[in-house]
Design a protein around this ligand. Structure first.
Ligand code: 6GU
Length: 227
């Protein structure tokens, strides 16, 4: 998969994809992340990408031409499955959405700033609008990093048995059960007996029961809207 991220702050996105699982995905050529500096597509020498909003009011709006020129330029090279705009008024990101994005080939992710982008860009170019939750970030970059991380780790061949996504929280609408490692006894707290028993079926049953218990206590909403 190839992901082009359009941003005015490419430096902010240097590190997130250079560690751990995402780093491995890129090294194996399963994921290519291309950072595109929006200012390179500005239409004046001041490299301006935002302007005052019509109708007045505080806050700048990201202008049509730089973003349109940037996306047109990218589209000349390849076809995109989706052009995603990261925005707090978008659809809330879920594991299910990431699962479906992980099957795509080419994505553009546009990071918003200030008051957001001119509405006409949304009409003309944007196919998906995504928020990562009900809180406000200074810009779309950290949200884009979150989206790319959730997608990248799902690409076939990225995870191995050790790190398998099959048992992740949310993958089956359940939170993960508690986990333990050595020592068996830490400050008088003992590892549950069943995990030391070697009894595979009982262990699976225990894990499922604990996952259900935890989900009921912390996120009952996950059990209500099964889809
Ligand atoms: Cl995608 N952008 C911004 N600026 N804030 C957010 C967000 C996105 N998702 C949640 N908060």
């Amino acid at each position: 998969m190839r992901i082009d991220i359009i941003t005015v702050l490419p430096d902010l996105l240097q590190s997130p994809f250079n560690h751990s699982i995402l780093k491995r995905a890129r090294e194996k050529n399963l994921l290519e992340v291309n950072l595109v500096q929006l200012r390179d597509f500005a239409i004046n020498t001041r490299k301006q990408i935002d302007d005052y909003q019509f109708g007045g009011g505080a806050g700048m709006v990201m202008m049509c031409e730089p973003i349109a020129n940037c996306i047109d330029h990218l589209k000349k090279e390849r076809d995109y499955d989706d052009i995603i705009y990261m925005t707090p008024d978008g659809e809330r990101l879920t594991q299910k959405m990431s699962n479906s994005f992980s099957l795509k080939k080419n994505l553009i992710i546009l990071c918003g700033h200030y008051k957001g982008i001119d509405e006409r860009l949304r009409e003309l170019y944007i196919t998906r609008e995504i928020s990562i939750g009900d809180y406000v970030l200074s810009g779309g970059e950290l949200a884009a990093a979150v989206l790319v991380d959730t997608i990248g780790r799902l690409l076939p061949g990225v995870l191995n048995d050790e790190t398998s996504a099959l048992f992740d929280s949310f993958q089956d609408n359940l939170l993960s059960p508690p986990v333990y490692t050595r020592p068996e006894n830490f400050r008088e707290l003992k590892v549950p007996e069943v995990l030391l028993s070697g009894h595979e079926r009982k262990i699976q049953e225990w894990r499922h029961e604990k996952a259900l218990e935890r989900t009921k206590a912390r996120r009952p909403d996950l059990l209500e809207n099964e889809d």
